[in-house]
Design a protein around this ligand. Sequence first.
Ligand SMILES: [Zn+2]
Length: 339
Amino acid sequence: MNRKQYRKRKKLRKRKIKRLMIAYLLRAILILISIIMMILMVCGCLYIYERFTKEDEKVNKYTDIYTDINAGNDVAPVASTENNAPEFCVVVDAGHGGSDGGTVSGKAVEKDINISVALKLKAILENDNIEVILTRSSDENISLADRTSVANDSNADFFISLHCNYYEKDAQIAGLECYYNNSNATESKGYAESIINAVSLSEDIETRYAKTEGYYVLRNTQLPAVLVEMGFLSNYSESQKLLDDDYQESLAQRIAEGISNKKKLASCPHMYSYCVVFPMAGGGGISRRIFKGTVRRGAFGSRNDRENRAADNHGYCKYGCAGRGGSRKRLLLSGSQGA
Ligand SMILES: [Zn+2]
């Protein structure tokens, strides 16, 4: 091999290596581009998926509400309490106190259970933008006359007295009872029934009935009033439940529900056999519609004064209301609507 041939071969080899390097580089670039494209595609898909599922969830949420409304099921009202002054006031009376312990069974002392549930009920109602006045907030003696005076002087909308029952003749008897003054006291009766209804939906609280009884605090209060006997201390298992903090909490929760349901019903002047009102966003303004029997889907608008004014001016019901009518007797509120 002469020198010229050697040089030529060397040159060729160099060129070959150069070509190979370029080819590898191009391949690497291609792979990089496809990886980036794949990442972008995945991101895009995730974005689209997220966006559309959120929309679907929104629709489902509303559909569920409508379905529940149509089925007459229990729908937890959505509270909208921001910046609203309470329009409703409840006097909560914890029975007995001080030297008057009420009925006692072992560790279960009525006055203590009463005040404990009363304080829980107060917190729940206040959270629902309802003003609460307590006849006693600690372990003190208060006469029945003073209790009714607090109620009558308060300008409150509703009075509820909390007690525990005792029946020495039969230790098996258990369950919550709700008393109202007499059959003419239709408002009181409505509250009593609403509370019984709400409590009876609970699985762990036994209920008995709403019934008339001429208790002092019911006879002498000049506002809708009920007395709740939350359970029997003479029944051992119920007395143990009544001492339990969680049980007291669910009692308070259910009683509060009963009050709220009746309160919204009472606020509605229409008493349709079945109606649900919620704001409809549309065109230039927001109108409220009353749907009797069936509920159509509609867009929810935000709650504001304009809506309320529109409702007042047009005679539409501002409240969800449900009157007589079997399974549809539940009060229903939906969406951003608060009463
Ligand atoms: Zn009592």
